[in-house]
Design a protein around this ligand. Structure first.
Ligand code: AMP
Ligand code: ZN
Length: 393
């Protein structure tokens, strides 16, 4: 029976952490259908699918404790602020997209797109390819699956276990495969097959694009001492009950421009890329800001890693305004990983030191969604660079 549970956090949750702690509560217990934390951090409301398990409150409080105790408010650095740029639309484009058959939800967080969205993403992609070409970034094509062994080498399992998506297959065993073929049915909770039928995990669905480039460069000197590359790929992040409309998907696509080389090479190019993207976002008419950010590390790693990213200015997000809900959505990021991948993957510079890496990443579905949320589905309302880029039927 569904019920509700209200908890008072063991320690107050600072306002700047409310969103991040709330997102983690989705992973605390399968009984939690959704969680919300009051904006001032003083109250946690849980919607439950079933009666509260005995240890539920302790689990919730341990997340609060681990993420919030001793946390100091990071200095948010705003590099660009065009949030108040005037835009003509203020409704959620999703109902109209669904009604027109432009989006089709296949399962939770997994969507197909029709011609309007495909073309709109095509327009953005044309620009990203131009941007990449300005850096001499060579095109790459990466697989959808990613090596479990290599993800382990870069500590991905420790940092982001909650959002992993695993690829498996039936074990090579005649009885198991025949039994699966004859008896498996889809039940509301998923396939009926027993977990013992499945192989150990050798591969996962890729959570990011640039990792593939670094994996291919591992255990060798970096050819020429520096390189720029670009690729687009499907990325998978299981976001549990945080999956929401086109804002937060399980399966989404990312375009990245990736830099590998010395510290100066990577930092200079990350900044140069931002400087080139700024006038494009202006032509696009996007209401947005660029501010410092952190990755959604899991509970135990969160405090230390988020503070580290902030202190060393490792991540900036392009956050577009969603006028219909008076909030912002990250549509892209400018990232610097220092020599993290160089060290863990043994990618060496000509002087023998580990290579530095960085990337500029755009979430294509979010770009399209934020654009439509600001400009509607009517091309007549769109800025010229988009309107004139295609024949919009
Ligand atoms: P990140 O590597 O986390 O900075 O991701 C790069 C971009 O990918 C973000 O700025 C988003 O635009 C997009 N992105 C990340 N996670 C998701 C998601 N779950 N659903 C849709 N887009 C996402
Ligand atoms: Zn990247």
């Amino acid at each position: 029976m569904a019920e509700q549970l209200t908890l008072t956090p063991v320690i107050p949750i600072p306002a700047h952490l409310v969103g991040q702690v709330q997102a983690k509560l989705a992973y605390v217990d399968e009984a939690i259908a959704s969680a919300s934390i009051a904006a001032d951090g003083s109250r946690i409301d849980l919607q439950l699918r079933a009666a509260a398990p005995a240890d539920l409150e302790a689990k919730v409080q341990s997340v609060v404790q681990d993420m919030a105790s001793g946390a100091s408010k990071p200095k948010v650095e705003v590099l660009e602020d065009h949030l108040q740029r005037g835009v003509p639309y203020a409704a959620d484009p999703m109902p109209e997209l669904e009604q027109r058959g432009e989006v089709h939800q296949e399962t939770n967080g997994v969507y197909s797109f029709g011609p309007l969205l495909a073309n709109l993403i095509g327009v953005f992609e044309d620009y990203f390819l131009e941007l990449a070409a300005e850096f001499g970034a060579k095109p790459q094509r990466f697989p959808t699956l990613i090596s479990a062994e290599m993800l382990g080498r870069v500590n991905y399992f420790r940092a982001f276990p909650h959002s992993l998506t695993f690829a498996t297959h039936l074990r090579e065993d005649l009885h198991i495969i025949s039994d699966f073929a004859e008896n498996t049915v889809y039940e509301p909770a998923g396939l009926s097959a027993s977990l013992e039928s499945f192989s150990k995990i050798q591969a996962l669905l890729s959570p990011a694009v640039c990792y593939h480039l670094y994996f291919g460069l591992a255990d060798k000197p970096l050819p020429g001492g520096q390189l720029a590359a670009t690729a687009v790929g499907h990325c998978f992040r299981y976001e549990s009950s945080n999956l929401n409309s086109l804002e937060r998907l399980w399966d989404f696509t990312m375009r990245e421009v990736i830099f590998v080389g010395s510290r100066e090479y990577v930092l200079d190019n990350r900044e140069a890329a931002r400087q080139k993207v700024t006038p494009w976002l202006q032509e696009l008419g996007l209401a947005y800001m660029v501010e410092s950010a952190n990755d959604p590390f899991f509970v135990g790693e969160f405090r230390k890693q988020a503070a580290f990213q902030n202190a060393f200015q490792l991540k900036y997000e392009i956050r577009a305004r969603l006028p219909f809900k008076d909030s912002t959505l990250a549509v892209g990021s400018y990232n610097y990983h220092q020599d993290f991948f160089g060290r863990h993957l043994n990618i060496t510079l000509p002087d023998g030191k580990p290579a530095h890496t960085g990337c500029v990443a755009f979430g294509l579905e979010r770009m399209a969604y934020a654009f439509l949320a600001q400009y509607s589905l009517d091309p007549a309302q769109w800025p010229a660079i988009v309107r004139e880029a295609r024949a919009w039927a």
